[in-house]
Design a protein around this ligand. Structure first.
Ligand SMILES: [Zn+2]
Length: 307
């Protein structure tokens, strides 16, 4: 990778695009562009939605190019499965209607720059890998937000898997027959260890509907139900991570996403559950750290994606 090159990274989120200009793995400039892709997808035919998405990306990228005309490439972290062979968006669970659509090629033609695209959690994993010091040979990233995303870096490269669904960690089943999940299965990690999972646990315990942030505040004041909601999340995360480590014995695990602000509420239950579920040969041997690049990881990783 040519570190001196100026690159644009775009992280496509729920209601906005974060755009940054990156050089030497540092973000020189960043900007938030309001664009609600799920509304665009719900309100239009797939073909028109795609056209509008490309137009929004173009506007956001153009703002970065006005500041830094010398940018050489664009990378996009996109919420969906990216087919590693065709680089098209195979499916986006949160953006209905987008199936097997190529975003990178028409965008590249429109803006006259090479465009790479990757799953948003995998882009964030790559961003965290670039920030890690010392850089590990292999890294597994888990993003705990509204859902649970995962990304795997092997030998310094993002690993999407054969069909672009490697490390769909949020849908590992941690409780057979458990809570129904949007993916169609029951008992997925995401239903317990995400912000929405914490809210569900708390509601089941108390009948009250609060968001994860409110529950974290209660937990910090010693509220037992709130503490338990985070403990359930931590235990499920520990079990799921132990399964993942038995499959891909990585050097470092990074925990990111908005929920990691509540990590002190989860750490001891997570450690106990992880160590308990690991095979003895692996206990205490994998470095687990909190994300360094925070919510900029996706943008940074996207900018630096291999061409
Ligand atoms: Zn699921």
């Amino acid at each position: 990778m040519n570190d001196a090159a100026l690159r644009i990274g775009v992280d496509v989120g729920g209601t906005n695009l974060r755009v940054g200009v990156v050089q030497q793995r540092r973000i020189l400039w960043e900007h938030r562009h309001n664009a609600d892709f799920s509304q665009i997808c719900c309100g239009h035919t797939p073909a028109l939605a795609l056209e509008k998405i490309i137009a929004e990306l173009d506007v956001a990228i153009e703002q970065a190019r006005k500041k830094y005309p010398a940018v050489e490439s664009v990378g996009i972290g996109f919420p969906g499965f990216i087919d590693p062979q065709t680089r098209s968006v195979a499916l986006s669970p949160n953006l209905p209607g987008l199936k097997n659509v190529d975003i990178a090629l028409p965008l590249a033609r429109r803006i006259g720059l090479p465009v790479s695209i990757e799953n948003d959690a995998l882009a964030a994993a790559f961003g965290e890998y670039l920030m890690a010091d010392p850089q590990p040979a292999s890294l597994l990233y888990l993003g705990l937000g509204t859902g649970v995303g995962g990304g795997l870096i092997l030998d310094g490269k993002p690993y999407p898997g054969q069909h672009g669904v490697a490390m769909e960690a949020g849908h590992l089943i941690v409780k057979p027959g458990g809570r129904p999940c949007g993916c169609g299965n029951n008992g997925c990690l995401e239903q317990y260890a995400s912000a929405s999972g914490v809210a569900i646990t708390y509601r089941q315990l108390t009948n009250a509907t609060l968001n994860a942030q409110q529950i974290a505040m209660l937990a910090e004041q010693g509220n037992r139900d709130a503490l338990e909601a985070f403990q359930v999340a931590a235990e499920m995360l520990g079990i799921a991570l132990a399964h993942m480590l038995k499959v891909v014995d990585v050097e470092q695990v990074v925990i990111g996403g908005g929920m990691n602000a509540a990590w002190p509420l989860m750490q001891s239950a997570f450690d106990a559950s992880l160590q308990d579920a690991l095979i003895p040969a692996l206990r205490g041997r994998t470095l687990v750290t909190l994300a360094k690049a925070g919510d900029q990881a996706g943008m940074l990783g996207a900018a630096c994606l291999p061409a």
